[in-house]
Ligand binder design. Structure first.
Ligand SMILES: Cc1cc2nc3c(=O)[nH]c(=O)nc-3n(C[C@H](O)[C@H](O)[C@H](O)COP(=O)(O)OP(=O)(O)OC[C@H]3O[C@@H](n4cnc5c(N)ncnc54)[C@H](O)[C@@H]3O)c2cc1C
Length: 309
């Protein structure tokens, strides 16, 4: 379907990015869209999809090449993550994996941690998640109840998380935990938990949501989970600062993805109203629909001068 908004091309698009967009589009049309009903029924994509996406170069595009990533920037992420939204797919949790979680490891992980995790994140061998939200708190991250305490050369983590995207299949989870009771915002740390065969780590319900049915969103439990001390990201008690540094990037990417999803909604609505007939005429030729379209045209005219700048 040709998009109604095809003329709205961001001014940062280049021929190279357009080729990437086309490649991403083909990947989703072949590997995801045909299986969407099954993914939605099972509430997650197959693990195989992650391997194929890795092979196609769709994972960790903005992670430096020396760690196995694509060596690109946020515009590569925008194209790879926005294209499926424009096709109407929100089942593949790559925005969290590549656009968010991998960047915490790249920015604050030790060299050893980066080399252990990032190449596998880029190939699809390891799926990433980030666990901040808890049953008792979401926006107010300072109030989290999950605790991590030192025990020799390990951290011991106790607590529970909820609403965790990619959590069902996650191989590494960036966990936000309290590491200083008195510290308030300065008492929070981010610790990478590698989940394979890890005693005390478990995943709870895969939650039903209003939308994004093919994407897993789960509860997670940490019962005396022991993690090597070197899995701490950056300095102890600096987790809140790290979150504040990364959240703007995350919000920008997700905002763009949402704009592409709206583009899809406009396309679907336009197709429906121009094809569907009632009372002997197309819906698009009815008076009320024409009012709505006139409003759209006004908005488009207002946006046009900005596009030319
Ligand atoms: C599909 C989905 C995927 C998610 N994936 C993840 C994930 O991967 N990892 C993760 O950690 N979390 C994830 N979340 C959780 C998400 O980050 C939280 O839902 C979010 O932080 C809000 O927290 P909350 O739901 O506990 O709401 P609360 O913070 O309890 O807020 C409740 C209400 O109060 C309002 N409110 C909050 N603060 C204020 C304020 N200062 N002033 C006025 N009103 C306020 C909010 O707008 C909201 O309406 C996901 C959520 C969803 C829906």
């Amino acid at each position: 379907m040709k998009s109604t908004l095809t003329n709205y091309r961001p001014n940062w698009m280049t021929p190279e990015l357009e080729a990437l967009e086309e490649m991403t589009r083909r990947f989703f049309l072949n590997e995801i869209i045909p299986h969407r009903e099954r993914f939605e029924a099972q509430q997650h994509v197959d693990r195989e999809v992650w391997f194929k996406a890795g092979e196609a170069g769709l994972l960790c595009a903005s992670i430096p090449a020396e760690y196995g990533g694509g060596g690109g920037s946020i515009v590569h992420d925008a194209v790879i993550l926005g294209t499926p939204a424009a096709l109407g797919d929100r089942s593949f949790g790559n925005a969290v994996h590549s656009g968010i979680v991998a960047h915490y490891v790249a920015a604050y992980g030790s060299e050893e941690l980066r080399r252990r995790i990032l190449p596998k994140a880029a190939s699809g061998e390891m799926i990433g998640a980030i666990a901040m939200t808890e049953p008792g708190t979401g926006s107010d991250l300072q109030a989290i109840a999950t605790r991590a305490v030192h025990d020799g050369d390990h951290w011991v983590i106790n607590g529970s998380k909820t609403f965790i995207t990619n959590g069902l299949l996650a191989d590494f989870v960036v966990v936000a935990a309290k590491t200083n009771e008195e510290g308030g915002a300065r008492g929070l740390s981010l610790i990478v938990v590698e989940t394979a065969g890890l005693p005390g780590y478990s995943v709870g319900r895969n939650l039903h949501k209003l939308g994004q049915h093919g994407q897993d969103t789960v509860e997670m439990f940490f019962d005396n989970v022991r993690v090597p001390a070197g899995n701490l990201l950056g300095e102890e008690n600096t987790g809140f600062v790290q979150l504040m540094q990364q959240l703007p990037r995350e919000r920008l990417v997700l905002g763009y993805v949402c704009a592409r999803a709206i583009e899809h909604c406009v396309d679907v609505t336009t197709a429906y109203t121009t094809e569907r007939e009632a009372f002997g005429q197309k819906l698009s030729s009815m008076q009320n629909t024409r009012f709505e379209r006139r409003l759209d045209a006004q908005v488009a005219r207002q946006r046009a001068p900005q596009q030319r700048r």
